[in-house]
Design a protein around this ligand. Structure first.
Ligand SMILES: [Zn+2]
Length: 459
């Protein structure tokens, strides 16, 4: 694979491990999947013959964003007035949305994945974790396999969270019985996916995360077996926590969710929870002590009208925080760049009610990059430095949008926001989006195929 010389970048956000630093008027050179050098006048040095030079004047070059929570399949239920959270109780909403989810076909899972990943890439996301917990029996057993194929097509670095639900409605679940699996089926398919796809090597493009959907909708045994499997195979663990279920869990098990999970070992540096918006400071301290991470999804907080996640306390206690879009059932976009901006704005909104100060905008860039990489256990992504993966995006700042903002590239995304797609997104040393196109792919055709798949489940 040819390397790229991004020549004369207006700014590159570098990080050698001690925190982000802005370097002005430098070149960035890639070599295969990795960054080879960042510095002045690299063109004057010995470059491999096949290196492609790209004029990067005016470009701010950032590390690629890392999405740590999503449900790609939900892209097929976007922008629906009949699913308005402000007009429905949770039960009414579940009763409307699950019949739709249960109709999705294998094709729908593939095309909803291309839909979500295309939008993610256009907005600077280079690694995506998806929490796929919907396995209608008629859709077959190769849903996650389809997602790996979709990621391959677009060139996205993909961590597949194999979700699942095992508890019947008669025992307190909110999931229709027709969508349940047994613990053995769930664990068996996790094992199959790990055997078939999980690659733990540096610059890996495919990993598997054992991700039972949420404690309220599965038997305890499902979580115990998930811990056993993940630790045995050296893969990560993920689930939803603190999104309104803690009191239900306490009534059912005698423990709120954080204690319930910690008691069975579903916590630690290899574990990250989505949301955590209703957790107490004591619970957050426990998570910090065990090294458990949080995927903060700000936009569902707006749409669902949830309690605002206490990011200042999380960072004060030393929790690892990453960002996620979440699925379209509670966030209609797959734009992590937008989420990074809204995450900062959301904390500012409630800052006067907080015990701890809102972290500065640059820390939110950190949540979206190094924070996400840490949650996924990746030491090779999230930062721009020689030897790290060439996962990055560029914004041409020679536009009216950026007048008066260019003095502080570190705060730009969180504080100002980026209203357009990137000018270029590179993943693993390959340009996957540039000048409004996915090189080698026909976006109009991808779009038509996705709409055709969606039309088959007309609702
Ligand atoms: Zn979710």
């Amino acid at each position: 694979m040819a390397g790229y010389l991004l020549k004369n970048c207006a700014a590159v956000i570098t990080d050698d491990g001690a925190g982000p630093v802005v370097r002005r008027n430098v070149d960035l050179l890639t070599d295969g999947p990795a960054i080879r050098a960042i510095g002045s006048n690299l063109a004057g040095k010995d470059l491999p013959e096949e290196t492609i030079t790209q004029d990067a004047s005016g470009w701010f070059v950032y590390p690629g964003l890392v999405n740590t929570h999503h449900h790609f399949f939900q892209c097929f239920v976007r922008n629906r007035a009949e699913l308005d959270w402000t007009k429905l109780s949770v039960i009414e909403w579940l009763d409307r949305i699950y019949p739709i989810f249960s109709r999705l076909t294998e094709d729908c899972f593939y095309h909803s994945s291309t839909t979500a990943m295309a939008e993610l890439i256009k907005h600077g996301c280079t690694t995506a974790f998806d929490h796929q917990y919907n396995f209608p029996r008629h859709a077959g057993r190769r849903i996650v396999d389809q997602q790996f194929e979709a990621a391959d097509l677009l060139g996205m670095r993909f961590h597949a969270g194999r979700g699942g639900n095992t508890l019947p409605k008669s025992e307190g679940s909110t999931i229709p019985d027709a969508m349940l699996e047994t613990t053995d089926e769930f664990i068996g398919d996790c094992e199959r996916l790990i055997d078939s796809y999980h690659d733990a090597d540096r610059f890996s493009m495919r990993q598997v995360v054992v991700s039972p959907c949420q404690p309220v909708n599965s038997y305890r045994e499902t979580f115990v077996e998930s811990v056993r499997l993940a630790r045995d195979r050296g893969v990560f663990l993920h689930t939803h926590v603190g999104e309104g279920e803690s009191a239900v869990m306490e009534a059912r098990t005698g423990r709120r969710t954080v204690d319930y999970l910690e008691e069975m070992g579903f916590s630690g540096p290899d574990t990250f929870y989505a949301h955590c918006w209703e957790l107490t400071h004591d619970e957050l301290r426990k998570m910090a002590a065990s090294g458990t991470g949080v995927s903060h999804c700000p936009e569902p907080v707006y749409l669902v009208g949830a309690e605002v996640t206490d990011i200042p306390a999380m960072t004060a206690f030393g929790l690892r925080v990453g960002l996620g879009c979440d699925g379209a059932a509670s966030n209609d976009n797959s734009n992590l760049m937008h989420c990074l901006h809204s995450a900062y704005m959301l904390q500012c909104l409630v800052s006067s009610t907080r015990q701890y100060p809102v972290p500065p905008p640059v820390d939110f860039l950190g949540f979206g990059t190094t924070g996400g990489a840490s949650l996924l256990g990746r030491s090779d992504i999230g930062r721009l430095s020689p030897g790290m993966a060439a996962d990055l995006f560029a914004i041409d700042t020679r536009r009216m949008d950026y007048v008066g903002t260019r003095h502080d590239p570190l705060s730009l995304i969180a504080r100002v926001g980026i209203g357009s797609t990137t000018d270029m997104t590179m993943i693993n040393g390959r340009i996957v989006w540039q000048n409004g196109e996915f090189p080698g792919l026909d976006e109009e055709r991808l779009c038509a195929e996705a709409e055709a798949a969606l039309a088959t489940i007309a609702f």
